[in-house]
Design a protein around this ligand. Structure first.
Ligand code: SAH
Ligand code: SF4
Length: 363
């Protein structure tokens, strides 16, 4: 990664570049420029992503001189564990500290089919959704691809202890991935690399609030990675009230970009819909949403809104959640209610970090 790129992502140019920020091809170039055979890069890549060491000195099939050179020029991403919460349902939520003292959240969720990791792409978020704790302090900076990768590698290292794998990844932590597009794509390409963690493309989902130009770009990337869209309202007017981003990229434009994505990839789209008591959870909202989605190959994920103390929103009553679901289903829309994981440990997007920042202010 060039100094230019580092500056764009806001990382201090004096820090050594992160080894995780290098693709295999970039490592090959580095090897050749440093008088090493090209295959050294694959050896390094294997140590980093398959053997998952945290120190260059452990790369024992490389010469001592090369290990020292690597150590001179690169660093691993260090994620210090600020807090860790374990839920009764097996969900583990981490608050990690970065080298510049920012804090980010990563969650490992245990399912019957395996483990999924929920990663953060930005420190904070500037999108400003009215129900979201992640955006309360605005955007501090983008994460580099390597800092997103580190969250998965760390999770895999934790799972290694019990011989389990990260089987899926969701980009649903703090931040808007399509406002940090290039780093997010680099992260994704590393995750699916067959010489690295080799995670199945169909087991990865990226969620966006609807940054339209990058939905088009993503459609053209030629991957099989899933796309989820935070829709949260069945029309333009209500969506603008809940999500200011809708004024930048209106509802109809979002839907049009999704139709393009679907035409291009043939993939089913997930719509996330947070049910907020009395705001977007009435039967007429369900009817309207069903009408909008009727020709789309999609799936709706209903999320009972998580209470954010700074916001006044309340949850929809259980029976009304089921009614909303039934209306959609009666119209032939594929719909589920999100299983809530880690509810007892504030696992909602951005809540742990918001609490941490609040404590820091008091201190
Ligand atoms: N920024 C991206 C991805 C991260 S958020 C996006 O917005 O899509 C993951 C999901 O959690 C999004 O659908 C988001 O809208 C939703 N979310 C945020 N705050 C929430 C809350 N308080 N209750 C329920 N869902 C919430
Ligand atoms: Fe940002 Fe997503 Fe939160 Fe909206 S819901 S403020 S896009 S993190």
């Amino acid at each position: 990664m060039s100094i230019d790129q580092l500056e764009r992502t806001g990382v201090n140019e004096m820090t050594k570049p992160f080894i995780y920020d290098y693709t295999l091809e970039e490592l090959e170039q580095w090897a050749v420029e440093n008088g090493e055979p090209k295959f050294r890069a694959a050896q390094i890549y294997d140590w980093v992503y398959v053997k998952r060491v945290n120190d260059f000195s452990e790369m024992t099939n490389l010469s001592k001189a090369l290990r020292e050179k690597l150590d001179d020029q690169f660093q691993f991403v260090t994620l210090s564990e600020i807090t860790k919460f374990e839920s009764k349902d097996g969900t583990v939520k981490f608050l990690f500290g970065l080298h510049d003292d920012h804090a980010i959240e990563t969650v490992i969720m245990k399912h019957n089919y395996g483990n999924s990791v929920c990663v953060t792409t930005q420190v904070g978020c500037r999108v400003g959704c009215t129900f979201c704790a992640s955006t309360l302090g605005g955007l501090k900076r983008n994460l580099t691809a390597g800092e997103i990768i580190a969250q998965v590698v760390r999770s895999q290292q934790i799972l290694d202890e019990r011989n389990e794998r990260v089987s899926s990844i969701v980009i649903m932590g703090t931040g808007e991935p399509f406002e940090n597009y290039d780093e997010t794509m680099k992260f994704l390409r590393t995750m699916i690399h067959e010489k690295g963690l080799n995670i199945g493309q169909r087991h990865i989902t990226v969620s966006t609030s609807g940054i339209v130009p990058n939905i088009y770009k993503f459609a053209d990337e030629d991957t099989q990675i899933n796309l989820a869209i935070s829709i949260h309202a069945p029309n333009d007017k209500l969506r603008s009230k809940l999500m200011p981003v809708n004024r930048r990229f209106p509802f109809d434009d979002v839907m049009e970009s999704l139709r393009y994505y679907q035409g291009k990839t043939g993939r089913r789209i997930t719509f996330e819909y947070a049910l907020i008591g009395g705001v977007n959870d009435q039967p007429e909202h369900a009817e309207e949403l069903a009408g909008v989605l009727k020709d789309m190959l999609c799936h709706v994920n209903l999320i009972p809104v998580n209470y954010v103390p700074e916001r006044k929103y309340i949850r929809t009553a259980r029976k009304d959640i089921f009614q909303f679901q039934r209306i959609l289903a009666d119209h032939g829309v594929n719909v589920t209610i999100r299983r809530e994981q880690g509810h007892d440990i504030a696992a909602a997007c951005g809540q742990l970090r918001a609490k941490h920042m609040e404590k820091h202010k008091e201190a």
